[in-house]
Design a protein around this ligand. Structure first.
Ligand SMILES: NC(=O)c1ccc[n+]([C@@H]2O[C@H](COP(=O)([O-])OP(=O)(O)OC[C@H]3O[C@@H](n4cnc5c(N)ncnc54)[C@H](OP(=O)(O)O)[C@@H]3O)[C@@H](O)[C@H]2O)c1
Length: 254
């Protein structure tokens, strides 16, 4: 998995000046690293995860973050999540749809994939981001009207574009998320809202360990490095003003 724009270690460190950011999957891996990185840069952050203890643990570590317990794969959780995000932050400028399901674990060929595992991958990786984005669209549009550069970051993978055996459920859902992002970006850019799909690269996280248990962890990217790159992308979009797609497009999944 690679993405030229996302691979270099960055030294950018912008003051995010109260930028209001919602992150799904904020208690582990990339999401947790992003919660820390964005808070350190001066953003206000609300994060979501299913496990109450995990949310409480991160909220204890970073009392400046607002933790929300919710499951993005569950339709009935979406409005409660959105309402808590807006209640905590008073609006939202950036939504990071990062929470994800691998589908069947251990990974198996499509012929051995249960329909329910494909459904779970689609519910978590496509419908969840779709519903949450829709629920927050009015607030994102208000952010854009207020002069911020509203942004939705959908965390995808190079497996959305490449056909790796055994990664069928996950890859299919991420391919849908990637294309959803492209279409939504075309539709919403005129409203001042950008939607990008990114590949963070192979990271040393619990999800990677589940998918590839025998991986050499020393070869994997640290999630805090990927988080700095995502934060740089968010900062770049904020600084692009209405100049269009230029800076952010260098970073998104090609
Ligand atoms: N790791 C890699 O090598 C890699 C490579 C390419 C792309 N990615 C993408 O990067 C993103 C982050 O992956 P990661 O490796 O950092 O994952 P991770 O370490 O497994 O963390 C996943 C986070 O999402 C939460 N979560 C999972 N399902 C959820 C749901 N239905 N609703 C709300 N929260 C949920 C988890 O907490 P709870 O369990 O408490 O809900 C946890 O906070 C994912 O989109 C993944 O597809 C990862």
């Amino acid at each position: 998995m690679s993405n030229p724009g996302m691979n270099k270690e960055s030294h950018m460190s912008q003051d995010m000046n109260g930028l209001r950011v919602a992150i799904t999957g904020g208690t582990s891996g990339l999401g947790l690293a992003l919660v820390r990185e964005l808070l350190d840069r001066g953003a206000r952050v609300a994060f979501v995860a299913r496990n109450t203890e995990g949310v409480e643990r991160v909220a204890r570590e970073r009392s400046d973050a607002h933790g929300i317990v919710g499951d993005v794969s569950q339709k009935e959780d979406i409005y409660p999540i959105a309402i808590q995000v807006l209640g905590a932050l008073g609006g939202v400028d950036v939504l990071v749809n990062n929470a994800s399901s691998l589908g069947p674990v251990p990974l198996v060929p499509l012929a051995d994939t249960e329909c329910e595992d494909l459904e779970l991958a689609l519910a978590t990786n496509v419908l969840g981001p779709f519903r949450l984005t829709k629920a927050l669209l009015g607030a994102l549009a208000a952010s854009a009207r207020g002069g911020r550069h509203a942004l939705v970051v959908n965390v995808s993978t190079d497996a959305a574009l490449n056909a790796y055996p055994n990664w069928g459920a996950y890859s299919t859902s991420k391919a849908a998320l990637h294309h959803l992002s492209r279409i939504w970006d075309e539709e919403l850019t005129p409203e001042g809202i950008r939607v990008v799909s990114i590949d963070p690269g192979d990271m040393d996280t619990p999800m990677h360990a589940l998918a590839v248990p025998d991986a050499d962890r020393s070869t994997l990217k640290r999630p805090d490095v990927a988080a700095r790159e995502v934060a740089d992308l968010i900062a770049a979009v904020q600084s692009v003003a209405t100049a269009g797609h230029a800076a952010a497009d260098q970073e998104v999944l090609q």
